[in-house]
Design a binder for this molecule. Structure first.
Ligand code: PBG
Length: 311
């Protein structure tokens, strides 16, 4: 009876897998603080993408880890840069079977680890960062991305990227906007995953966890600028924001179950303190129940199988 009347069902197609592609490695390297997740080579990322397509998930979201970082993150828009190479490799492997999305942000590419260019006195410079994001997004579209995903929280980034993509003829490439993205300690393991060189924090551009209305304000701005998908991130501790956004958004709403959410649950499960499978299921079901149309989760492949068995 419960199965028959369940109000929320999670479908494999609404899951998206974040993946890491790293320059200069031949075989996958496991990420210590994200057990079961790997930094991939451009070869092994193809196998992973193929498995993701076979699992029936909706898409994958690529993050790149370059060998050389500089002040402005110029590897980010280099056509031969690791992220662009990864996008092409994945498109070659899966064609249109998966939505191939790329992270459009400079933090993996800058030597200071911030999401944008800096002013001479070391602050993140919103406006001089925007053209860099535009160049990055265009290079990702050229590499074959179906969707670009600006996660740097610079004001005006969606409008600038939309305009640049359109001008280059990529009117069909969509934008998934990290809209309500909070300055969260739950990003910790991700920063290991991308060899992040950040000192300090991102509080000058990511949202304050105590602010609910502000998440909505950021989302409304991104909608007005032309976002095709809006995102709330992290997910589990921000279900109120997610429910607010789902109520007003005219476009699909994504939620990102971030690295810390994954790591906490994996660690507790490894200690035998919680039932791993049921907790994964419950966490994803709750995120969808709160209003997410799609969920970025490191469990995407495994969860697709799990939910298929469930219903
Ligand atoms: C920034 C970015 C971050 C994450 C996704 N994109 C890190 C940050 O903002 O510091 C975090 C994802 C996760 O924790 O799983 N490019």
């Amino acid at each position: 009876m419960r199965r028959m009347v369940a109000e929320t069902r999670v479908a494999p197609a609404q899951l998206m897998l974040p993946v890491f592609v790293k320059e200069g490695i031949d075989s996958p390297v496991e990420i210590t603080s994200l057990p079961g997740q790997y930094q991939h080579s451009t070869e092994s990322i193809k196998e992973l993408a193929t498995r993701a397509a076979e699992a029936g998930i909706g898409g994958i979201d690529l993050f790149g880890i370059p060998e050389h970082k500089d002040e402005i993150g110029s590897q980010a828009w280099d056509p031969k840069g690791i992220l662009n190479a990864g996008i092409s490799a994945v498109r070659e492997a899966v064609g249109d079977e998966l939505v191939v999305c790329a992270d459009t942000c400079l933090d993996e590419f800058t030597d200071h680890g911030h999401c944008g260019a800096l002013t001479p006195d070391g602050r993140v410079d919103n406006d001089s960062t925007l053209p860099l994001y535009a160049a990055m997004a265009v290079s990702q579209a050229q590499a074959g991305a179906h969707m670009v995903s600006p996660s740097g929280m610079m004001d005006g980034q969606i409008a600038v990227i939309r305009d640049a993509l359109d001008r280059e003829g990529f009117t069909d490439v969509s934008i998934m906007a990290y809209s309500a993205k909070y300055a969260s300690a739950f990003f910790g393991p991700f920063r290991d995953a991308v060899d992040c060189s950040l000192k300090g924090d991102r509080k000058a551009y990511q949202q304050d966890p105590s602010n609910r209305r502000e998440g909505m304000r950021e989302t409304l701005l991104d909608l007005a600028e032309g976002a095709d998908v809006v995102m709330v991130k992290p997910a589990s501790h921000y279900l109120d924001v997610l429910a607010d956004v789902a109520e007003v958004s005219q476009v699909p709403v994504a939620a990102y179950q971030v690295s810390g959410e994954y790591a906490m649950l994996e660690a507790a499960a490894a200690n035998g303190w919680i039932d791993r499978r049921r907790c994964i299921n419950e966490s994803l079901t709750s995120i969808v129940r709160a209003g997410a149309d799609l969920v970025l989760t490191y469990w995407a492949i495994e969860a697709a199988q799990m939910f298929r068995e469930e219903f």
